[in-house]
Ligand binder design. Sequence first.
Ligand code: HEM
Length: 157
Amino acid sequence: MTEQASLYDRLGGLESVAFLARTLVIRAMLNPTIGHIWNHKTEAEVQEEISGFVDFLGMHWGGPQTYHGPDMATAHRGMGITEEYWDALFEDIVTPAFAEFGIPQQEADEIDAFLRSFKSVVVGSPSFKDVVKSHPDMDVMQGMRSVGINWPAPASA
Ligand code: HEM
């Protein structure tokens, strides 16, 4: 049996993965349901997010990249991402992109499953601003955990 090429190579390597990462982030930014999250992001922050996303996807899909950014819980803790935002990401952006860019079914399914596997560490964190608002005396440097908000919930809970 011949070994199957990596998802990274099957998609067409860096050019395709970078195009996908850039397109998904830009469309998220322009989406009516979730775009507000990027309202006050700087040019450099958006550029860094895209290059971090390229490294993250490349590293997980068999490319030569190494992702140096925070883990996914840390990257999204305090962002206030809801189920509604999550659904908008997939319904408005991810799923339509597969057909639009002619990504074959098998690769589309792998990308979809990969992205969805992070749901529990992306969705459900309260917004950090709301946490601070309702705990005005908290030590922000100790984080939301210091006021009893453990997100994501421990796996054993
Ligand atoms: C509705 C869902 C999502 C929203 C609104 C969202 C939004 C964001 C935003 C605004 C950032 C930038 C944070 C910053 O500037 O420090 C970010 C970082 C990141 N997101 Fe998401 N995200 C979502 C889902 C996902 C999913 C499903 C993945 C797939 C694993 C993902 C992967 C990443 C990565 C890798 C970074 C870090 C980039 C870096 O710092 O190098 N996100 N996300």
